[in-house]
Design a protein around this ligand. Structure first.
Ligand code: PLP
Length: 425
């Protein structure tokens, strides 16, 4: 692997962009490496500035489920783009994408489009607070919901804590209404609802956690959330920015037999363009301005180019239903990796839900943030670097999800497993 141009580009970027990147994890700091700079991508492959080619299992953090530069998506984008790229006035495309989302997710009757997952979460939480007249929000440790102030919280000591800001620049006053609980632990949930009776506006959760590495919900966890929210008049928010249209066409709610009050979407529904969405029952959603009093807005919300890419992506996913084969590919890949590591007696756990998975260097089980954090991150760094050298791009952090796209072939999967076999741990 040549790294000459990549290195030069990184030096140049660092001079004019903080840390040389526009989102922190891209700097490869968590794996003690320097970032590669991407020149182009096609299908399952990335090509960097030094002309190295990689099999991509990060897929822009999830959106590129159909692979990069998918012809059908690009054709739609080009067609729409030629007619103008932003109007700040409604287009019928927005209704079309909203309709597709409403048809795909039973708990969503109306949906507001925004420009990022962070904004989708901001919208959901303001709406929940506005509708309940309450301030407190329960969040689970290890779940990520974007970079908005009151979600950038870290746990103090003890099982149930108020969030302390996890970043300078976030006033304590802004996180004092965020209650942090461990994932997969319904016992603490009941305690929190008892302690803050009548004060909890919402519970927000990644129904399959993807941002502490993949952690599936244990049996009964999501149902317990549903039950407590219903009983206490709190809004249950599923942050499905990753899982929406990734695990199946639509939401994981059907899979787990639990309906959320509000669903946040992003990533896949933009087909590689910036987008987010917040949806739910009409009676809730109609509280958003201009119908209701809860304010929310965006200059580029519902941007026609992003929406066109989203529509084209969802159309293909619906028509081709690639989900069973995506799952099979991920299953095969995880099985192969696990076998290769077991042969070498490398302690590990692989958590997988459909086509999203994480290899933890940790004997497991990994069921929450505490157990995920026991992983050997130095070993992950070595693994990441060795795989990169072998032409395989993984997320540059232990605590992220890997994804499979419809374009990954059996040959790609075998090549990946063979690369794991050759790593010197
Ligand atoms: C990516 C992500 C977000 C934030 O979305 P952005 O588009 O990066 O703002 C929110 N929630 C979850 C679960 C995510 O994975």
């Amino acid at each position: 692997m040549v790294n000459k141009v990549n290195s030069r580009l990184f030096s140049q970027a660092q001079k004019v962009i903080p840390g040389g990147v526009n989102s922190p994890v891209r700097a490869f700091k968590a794996v003690g490496a320097k970032p590669i700079f991407i020149e182009k991508a096609k299908g399952q492959y990335l090509y960097d500035a030094d002309a190295n080619k990689y099999i991509d299992y990060c897929l822009s953090w999830g959106p590129m489920i159909l692979g990069h530069a998918r012809r059908e998506v690009l054709d739609e984008v080009r067609k729409v783009m030629a007619k103008g790229t932003s109007f700040g006035i409604p287009t019928k495309l927005e209704t079309q994408l909203a309709k597709m989302i409403v048809q795909a997710i039973a708990s969503v009757e109306k949906v507001r489009l925004v420009s990022s997952g962070t904004e989708a979460v901001m919208t959901a939480i303001r709406l929940a607070r506005g509708c309940t007249g309450r301030d407190k929000v329960i969040k689970f440790i290890g779940c990520y919901h974007g970079h908005v102030d009151y979600m950038l919280v870290q746990a103090g000591s003890g099982a149930m804590t108020f969030g302390a800001p996890s970043s300078p620049g976030v006033p304590k006053d802004f996180t004092k209404h965020t209650i942090l609980l461990p994932y997969n632990d319904p016992g603490t949930l009941k305690k929190a609802f008892d302690k803050y009776a009548g004060k909890i506006a919402a519970v927000i959760v990644e129904p399959v956690a993807g941002n502490m590495g993949v952690v599936p919900p244990e049996k009964g966890f999501l149902k317990a959330l549903r039950k407590m929210c219903t009983k206490n008049g709190s809004v249950l928010i599923f942050d499905e920015v990753i899982t929406g249209f990734r695990v199946r066409y639509g939401s994981v709610q059907k899979l787990f037999g639990v309906k959320a009050d509000l669903t946040c979407l992003g990533k896949i529904i933009g087909g590689g363009f910036p987008i987010g969405a917040c949806g739910g029952k009409a009676s809730l959603m109609d509280n958003l301005a201009p119908q209701g009093k809860v304010y929310q807005a965006g200059t580029l919300s519902g941007n026609p180019v992003c929406v066109a890419a989203g529509i084209a992506t969802l159309k293909l996913l619906k028509a081709q239903n690639p989900y069973p084969s995506l799952e099979l590919a991920a299953q095969r890949l995880c099985g192969g990796i696990s076998e290769a590591l077991a042969e070498r007696r490398v302690e590990h756990t692989i958590n997988r839900v459909a086509s999203m998975f994480t290899l933890f260097f940790n004997p497991g089980p990994v069921t929450d943030y505490t157990s995920a954090a026991r992983s050997d991150t130095a070993r992950y760094a070595g693994y990441f670097t060795a795989m990169l050298k072998a032409g395989i791009y993984l997320p540059p952090s232990q605590f992220e999800a890997c994804f499979v796209s419809t374009q990954h072939t059996r040959k790609d999967l075998s090549k990946t497993v063979n690369a794991v076999r050759k790593i010197v741990f």
